[in-house]
Ligand binder design. Sequence first.
Ligand SMILES: [Cu+2]
Length: 244
Amino acid sequence: MDASPPVTAGAHERKDGTTINATNRSRVSGRILLLPGLVTLGLMLLAVSLALGVAAVAGVARGARATADRLVSRPGPAPAGATVTESMRIETGAMDGHPGWPLYTSATGALLPGVAWTVHQDGIVVIKITSYDDGTAPLMGVQAQLYDHVRGTLGGTELVDGKTVAWVPNQQIAHTFTVPALGLNLPVPAAPTGGTVTVVARFTPERAGVFVWQCYAPCGSADSGMGGPMSAMGFMEGKVRVIA
Ligand SMILES: [Cu+2]
């Protein structure tokens, strides 16, 4: 992904600026004081290490900013009354460099460790989830009856690659996007290998607050499938905010 911070370009400029000063200073001292070469060399080394220090600090600051950019998915909610689309994607563990740890990201790949998105109460929210995960994680026990059905959406349905469905066969389920406090449940089937599957649904949040979303399909580690990403904020669980 595009996470590499643009450290090189900026650091180079600053380094160049300081190096020019160091060269001037050593030339002056060499000409006027006729200092031995060792002293001149020492001054140059000092100047270079100062320059590297400045560049390193600038690089760290820039790296922190790049990480922050990856965390920010959107600046804020759309105006009240507007229909908004909140897009997310599901990456496989292989894609995110953490095998066995599939995760939800924003549509652009931003991590979602905090509030994934903020919407207005009583507005229409279109949720669009594009999944790259071709593995299945059928729901277990009573959860198979609870979370294989679409719940809380307009019409009680979702679109799976454009086809209207009210449920997804349990053996095909890879993940769910579930916000229990809002009564919302979107089952996400496995994607075709090497391809994607897209789930789209419309819903209207009827309560304001910050609510936990999570995946109920046992897509994580351990025998239960409920370990690892299933209990890690920003992977298979997180938060959404509804404002009044
Ligand atoms: Cu999952």
